[in-house]
Design a protein around this ligand. Structure first.
Ligand code: IPD
Ligand code: CA
Ligand code: CA
Length: 274
């Protein structure tokens, strides 16, 4: 199996695991990682299934995964970056937007991204230099250039509300100036929706490598731009991500610069600390 075949197979097997919990809701057990940060037994089972499939084909590769395999750099070697359920809070409430996300980074660069929307069975795949597809059909970011005609998406982190005011000012700006703003509750879904031209742009803070490691490449290979809030290429571990078609990416960055203090734009937190 190629890396692409293996990642797609692993995502589909993980989706079967997640669906078996979803269809027997009494089997779903939820615990807390933080005051609002949930994890379920389905997250753990999905992660286990994905890792065992990847490890069977690529035993030497490294793993960065949300529920038990954390790392702070993927600069050296081959790293699979896994979010076993993106949208855990949605899943825990049976709100039907949650995805499996599997990315492959080699020596600090994204090579492959697979995001499977479990309920719709839409499978987004990108390989470096080969474009992005949804269920095998090529996808492309939108051509919207006017903020007033744009549909944007964002998310709210589970913690770090110390400096929520500037963030709310950004939100207010887009509520007034964009067509509308959506908050589906799964960053991979948001990013793939940008790649497919459904959303014109997306921004969020508090994101982790497993939220963006696969879907960031899917946006790039669909013709979009992905950066941190300061416009830099270090978006995997930056915590703060902007994605969009090139015009909307620029528009979002300008609005962030208007409302967010410069030190905060450049820091991984909302209070400017490093
Ligand atoms: C979360 C989702 C959500 C985003 C959070 C993420 P999880 O991931 O992507 O949309 O707002 O910041 O943590 O916890 O469901 O895997
Ligand atoms: Ca996630
Ligand atoms: Ca998750």
């Amino acid at each position: 199996m190629t890396e692409r075949e293996c990642a797609v197979y692993a995502a589909k097997e993980a989706a079967k695991v997640i669906l078996s919990f979803h269809h027997q809701r009494a089997t779903v057990q939820t615990t807390f990682k933080g005051p609002r940060d949930l994890v379920t037994n389905a997250d753990v089972a999905s992660e286990k299934a994905i890792i065992s499939i990847l490890k069977a084909s690529f035993p030497e590769d490294h793993i960065l995964a949300e529920e038990g395999h954390h790392a702070t750099s993927v600069d050296e070697g081959r790293w699979w970056i896994i979010d076993p359920i993106d949208g855990t809070t949605n899943f825990a409430h049976a709100f039907p937007i949650f995805c499996v996300s599997i990315g492959l980074w080699v020596d600090g660069q994204p090579q492959l991204g697979v995001v499977l929307d479990v309920m719709s069975d839409e499978c987004f795949v990108a390989e470096k230099g080969k474009g992005s597809t949804c269920n095998g059909v090529p996808i492309h970011v939108s051509e919207t250039t006017d903020l007033s005609q744009s549909l944007l998406a964002t998310g709210f982190p589970y913690h770090e509300f110390r400096r929520s005011e500037p963030y709310l000012n950004v939100f207010k700006h887009f509520l007034q100036e964009a067509r509308s703003v959506r908050r589906p509750g799964a960053a991979t879904y948001d990013l793939c929706s940008v790649a497919a031209g459904r959303f014109d742009g997306f921004y969020e803070f508090g994101l982790q490598a497993w939220d963006v490691g696969a879907a960031g490449l899917i946006v790039q290979e669909a013709g979009g731009l992905v950066t941190n809030w300061a416009g830099g290429d270090d978006w995997l571990f930056s915590n703060k991500v902007i994605a969009g078609n090139p015009a909307m990416h620029e528009a979002i960055q300008k609005v962030l610069e208007m409302h967010i203090p410069t030190d905060v734009l450049h820091s991984p937190t909302m209070d400017g600390a490093s």
